[in-house]
Design a protein around this ligand. Structure first.
Ligand code: SF4
Length: 267
């Protein structure tokens, strides 16, 4: 039985470098899986990059990219944004910041990415006896993010960028040399792991997304108040987003804290 060799494709710099390397057959991964947490949740630039740049490039080079999403029992798609607005939501799935500024526990990466990919692999025959090889795009400068997640019995995790000794700057060069535009870091537009500069950029240059982030924070706190819980915030300042983020920032490259350590978001 042929071993499934699949990359978890996030639509960011590192996993797009893996796509270019796979297209050049420098690594052998014929299939890429983009676990879309929701068209209403992913940053629109990531969705546009995956669909308008990465997918046509992959097709030209004989690589498959499958876009997959979380499904409810009845088969309908569930997005992270929908989950966050659920009337009966009891615990917040994204890593909102507690009063001390630390991110809370999250289930979003597991529910909307890891389990979605796992299901796809198992449906195609991956088992403990015949595990799939799952490539994750973590570069040398983010090595601390590797090996933090225990792999499932149906998968064997590989880190091709670490094996090749490549840093993020190498990934940028690989993408450019392949004739592709360099993507932004991929993440939900409301991800609380965003840096303060990234929030300022959102407020300045993407005001409609910022307004939605402000609304989301308010909705989550209404639910927490009804459950008798303290407020939680999308930034570490312990005050509402619209008060915490005021000023315009110069464009920055690093838009997220390195705290998303699963190897599934922001790759
Ligand atoms: S980007 Fe942030 S909010 Fe979105 S799934 Fe990953 S950790 Fe959760």
């Amino acid at each position: 039985m042929e071993v499934l060799r699949v990359v978890s494709y996030g639509g960011g710099v590192q996993s797009t470098a893996l796509l270019a390397l796979a297209a050049q057959r420098q690594i052998i991964f014929p299939t890429f899986l983009f676990a879309n947490v929701g068209d209403d949740s992913e940053h629109p630039a990531t969705l546009a990059y995956v669909r308008e740049v990465a997918m046509p490039y992959a097709r030209q080079h004989g690589i498959e990219i499958h876009e997959i999403q979380r499904r409810r029992r009845d088969g309908s798609i569930e997005t992270l944004w929908e989950r966050l607005h659920q009337a009966r939501l009891r615990s917040i799935p994204i890593p909102v910041r507690m009063a001390n500024g630390a991110p809370g526990r999250r289930s979003c990466t597991s529910d909307f990415k890891i389990k979605v990919v796992a299901r796809w692999l198992r449906e195609r025959g991956a088992t403990a006896q015949h595990p799939a090889v799952l490539g994750i795009g973590i570069s040398l400068d983010e090595i601390h993010r590797a090996n933090k997640r225990r792999s499932g019995p149906y998968e064997q995790i590989e880190y091709p960028l670490l094996d090749l000794g490549l840093r993020r700057s190498d990934c940028v060069q690989i993408i450019s040399a392949a004739g592709l535009p360099v993507p932004a870091k991929s993440a939900c537009f409301f991800c609380p792991l965003k840096t303060v500069d990234a929030w300022r950029e959102q407020r300045s240059y993407e005001p409609e997304l910022f307004a939605k982030s402000v609304e989301l924070e308010a909705v989550l706190n209404e639910k927490r108040a009804m459950l008798g819980r303290d407020a939680a915030y999308l930034t570490r300042y312990g005050i509402p987003l619209s008060e915490a983020i005021q000023t315009v920032a110069p464009p920055s490259v690093e838009i997220l804290d390195p705290g998303c350590d699963s190897g599934w978001c922001m790759t």
